[in-house]
Design a protein around this ligand. Structure first.
Ligand code: SAM
Length: 535
């Protein structure tokens, strides 16, 4: 243990929130905290702890300082894959920094510094100017243009679309530190070859609307980013009847007399009644294993109900609807809400507090387009995100799909039918679904996997006991490692050819894939287990 107060002070400086921000920013460039720490320590010394100088211009000084010795002793400073504290670098993570890897083909590139453009474009843009800068162009107008990479304009550091290109048109002029002349002919050739490759990085696709940023990394630029508007929560499109009023919440349906954290009570309060007198969450914020297991086993229990006149079939053919295909009766989580006396940190308020995990949208390499992964390990029962989108009636959805002229990849709509069994004669404005195609959150990028996905969707009652409307929350079914793709089972029936959205050719890779079109899978033998959505 050190007794030198100065040493203690310097230790704190290396772990305070500004240092953590600097590590995060450098991590986005694939530079680990361990690599940054000594450089940062030196800079703090040199600049007499003047953080502004270090943070200015998106940590430009720090980046410069990091790359400085690399130019002098390239062999000693080869870029490594970013390493999580105390963790081995996962394979996929190494892949993320392809342009800087030190494999033979990339060795030369690994020795060069980033251009001004790269530095500006690859780091969070807020630090230098001390303000948030959310480009309108990055929201409803779509995050990306379709220009070929060589034509793409350089984005200013204020822009949320950031691009790290290995192409370095301004290398010679790059801050005067690494001149293209200083590279061998081989290096220049490698750079020229690599000109075509570039990596797109978006610091936060949520436009600051979530508690945590959701980044986007595209190493291939082979796929355009879909045009959609990021919304952190559900929004009514037009006709949906979502009746949120305090009057609907009965006194026995809330815990007005509670205070603090309901999970710490010796006798669970009224809000636990829905889940059998026990809360679905444990005090560590995770779903209880028993509750999770019951939810996972729901489809096997075959607890389906059949409507006399199914709103889904009615939306397809009002005069002569087909017989109902059945709706799985689901277990609900009920969270405390506004009439409850507990506070926002109550353990029975998880989904309503929103995202808390570091998620990243990335381009999958299995033909599924964009996907989502977590940048941190997620224990079993972790809340990942809710599936947010426009709340539509089934008729609105049907019309939307049928009238759609676009060939865009349609996100799969979710039917909010988890409680249809308790309803008789649902009216159209009560038979609701969520569509995240044009307005949605990060969940709209989560791909489907048949039967053995690592996420499960669970209905959550928050604002209203009226279960025509509820939240659909995604939780981990098992421990999920950082950088593993997150998937959930959309419940698609690949044999249902009457569905207005033509099912995609499934590339989930599961041994239990249900899509018979996929060769080499056991899909034909595997029965459809779920029927929660995607009717
Ligand atoms: C909710 S979106 C998921 C995000 C999507 N991958 C994207 O790039 O925007 C659903 C769409 O992703 C694609 N997709 C999802 N899971 C897939 C799978 N297992 N196999 C093939 N395509 C998949 C399909 O095109 C589907 O319509």
């Amino acid at each position: 243990m050190t007794t030198d107060p100065r040493a203690a002070k310097s230790y704190d400086a290396m772990n305070d929130s500004r240092a953590i921000k600097a590590y995060d920013a450098m991590k986005n460039l694939g530079i680990s905290k361990e690599e940054v720490k000594p450089v940062l320590r030196n800079l703090l010394k040199v600049y007499d702890k003047n953080w502004e100088l270090i943070e200015d211009d998106n940590y430009r000084t720090l980046i410069d300082a990091y790359f400085e010795p690399m130019e002098e002793k390239p062999e000693e400073h080869k870029r490594k894959a970013p390493v999580e504290d105390n963790d081995k670098p996962p394979k996929t993570q190494q892949k993320c920094i392809k342009p800087f890897q030190t494999s033979s083909s990339h060795k030369l590139l690994s020795q060069r510094r980033l251009s001004d453009d790269e530095r500006m474009s690859s780091l969070p843009s807020m630090a230098a100017r001390g303000k948030k800068s959310y480009s309108a162009a990055a929201s409803s107008a779509g995050l990306y243009s379709k220009e070929p990479s060589h034509q793409r304009k350089n984005m200013s550091s204020d822009h949320h679309q950031k691009k790290i290109t290995t192409h370095n048109g301004s290398l010679g002029a790059s801050n005067g530190n690494l001149s293209i002349k200083s590279l061998s002919k081989g290096s220049r050739q490698a750079l020229a070859e690599d000109k075509k490759k570039s990596v797109r990085y978006v610091d936060d696709i949520t436009k600051g609307s979530e508690n945590v940023k959701v980044s986007l990394l595209d190493e291939t630029e082979s796929e355009d980013f879909p045009k959609f508007n990021y919304i952190p929560g559900n929004v009514i499109y037009q006709c949906a009847n979502v009746n949120i009023s305090l009057a609907r919440i009965a006194d026995e349906g809330c815990c007005a007399d509670c205070s603090g954290d309901c999970l710490s009570l010796s006798f669970p309060c009224a809000c636990s009644q829905e889940t059998g007198g026990e809360f679905a969450y444990s005090s560590n914020g995770l779903l209880k294993e028993k509750f999770l297991t019951d939810c996972i086993n729901e489809p096997q229990a075959h607890h389906y109900v059949y409507c006399k006149e199914c709103p889904i079939e009615r939306s397809k053919n009002e005069s002569k609807p087909e017989p109902c295909r059945g709706h799985l009766v689901r277990k609900f989580i009920k969270e405390c809400w506004r009439k409850c006396g507990c506070d926002m940190q109550c353990g029975n308020r998880v989904v309503q507090r929103g995202l808390s995990r570091k998620l990243q949208v990335f381009l999958t390499d299995q033909g599924k387009g964009w996907g989502v992964r977590s940048l941190e390990d997620l224990p079993m029962g972790s809340f990942v995100c809710e599936y947010a989108g426009e709340i539509l009636t089934n008729t609105e959805l049907y019309d939307r799909i049928v009238l759609s002229t676009s060939n865009d990849r349609h996100t799969y709509p979710v039917t909010l039918d988890a409680d249809w069994g308790s309803e008789v004669g649902l009216k159209d404005e009560e038979a609701l679904c969520l569509d995240a195609t044009h307005n949605g959150n990060v969940a709209r990028f989560i791909n489907h996997r048949c039967n053995d996905a690592n996420l499960i969707d669970i209905p959550v009652e928050v604002e209203t006991p009226d279960r025509h409307y509820y939240h659909l929350a995604l939780f981990t079914k098992r421990n999920v490692s950082a950088y593993e793709e997150l998937t959930w089972d959309y419940g698609i029936d690949f044999d249902d050819h009457t569905h207005p959205i033509k099912a995609f050719k499934c590339c989930c890779g599961s041994a239990h894939c249900r899509d018979k079109k996929q060769k080499g899978t056991k899909s034909a033998k595997t029965k459809k287990l779920k029927h929660t959505n995607a009717h």
